[in-house]
Design a protein around this ligand. Sequence first.
Ligand code: ATP
Ligand code: MG
Length: 365
Amino acid sequence: MQVRRLELKNFRSYEAAELEFSPEINVLWGENAQGKTNLLEAVAWLTAAKSFRTRRDSELIAFGAERMSVCADVESRGRAFRIEASVQPGVRRSVTVNGVKKKTAAELSGVFSVVVFCPGDLELIQAGSPVRRRFLDGAICQLYPRYAAALAEYGRLREHKTRILRDWESKPDLLDTLDDFSLRMAAAGAVLVRTRAAFLEKLQPAAARFHRDCSGGREELTLRYETKVADPAADGPAVARCLYEDMQRHRRAEIDSRSCLTGPHKDDIAVFIDGREAKTYASQGQVRTAAIALKAGEWEMHRLVLGERPVLLLDDVLSELDETRQSFLRERITGGQVFLTCCQLPGGAVGGRLFHVSRGAVTAQ
Ligand SMILES: Nc1ncnc2c1ncn2[C@@H]1O[C@H](COP(=O)(O)OP(=O)(O)OP(=O)(O)O)[C@@H](O)[C@H]1O
Ligand SMILES: [Mg+2]
């Protein structure tokens, strides 16, 4: 997938811009607050009329303007699409693809997709497990809509069980249904555990390859799915049984603590660099490399599952990285279109095209 041409009118800091991109790496450089992230945001927004920075479309309209519009020529699944979208307060958002109106964001999301790395994603390595679960679940949901249904079902059952655990003292009868909820959570949870384990097994080599190449062959990244289930690759009923047994072992503790203590909502991805836990031992540059590698793994998963890589948007990835890593990101990521922002004019070569961004104007160099 690739964006060939992009036209912005009154999109954030851009009054008007028209750009043509390389199918390979596009490096956007410029000082702070010049509009680099705004440009990535415009590309990402087109995938589902959704920004990675805000929920409010009105924020995307340039200060003082009444309406913004974005138009892009993209190539996806071997076909060419023109996506045109505009936002105006008080008027229904309009999106067309090849001239045909799209009513919902879901209809638009099938046209083309992106994987975004933004500075907040550095948390992937060092923050608590919810961040990594969100990454994993989010990546899987994009590729397997049925997983989203299982995840929602598990969430509903967990909420219900939590209510039982919270309210049983005032309504002791509630405890009669506790085991049944554990059983149903275990059945839904087995889908999560098996899918996540299979997904990570495929993502791991792609992330490891990226990390190895980026570090000049010096570092080995490994990912391990951390779950209570001894064999997540076992069949569904076996995994469900394992989850249920663990819930039963924690039954008393769950009643006492009034919360669901065990299940796939507690699972995690353990990240290791050269065999040591990255969370504890990795340097800043290693943390950054590993976080980008996880995203690159997600990028590759699209290719394995859907046959095509989405556009990869890397916002502000170069700082804290040594020259080996920087030059890999600038020059040598292959297999799809990449947009990368940075503050300084890159010293070495650029794999595709170089753009200078200054005060909402973009100049190809
Ligand atoms: N709706 C808007 N209208 C006009 N300008 C806006 C709007 N929203 C944001 N901006 C401005 O756009 C500017 C550039 O933002 P952007 O995040 O793209 O900068 P950047 O080049 O990525 O900088 P940094 O290197 O600091 O990340 C900001 O100064 C911000 O005030
Ligand atoms: Mg920025």
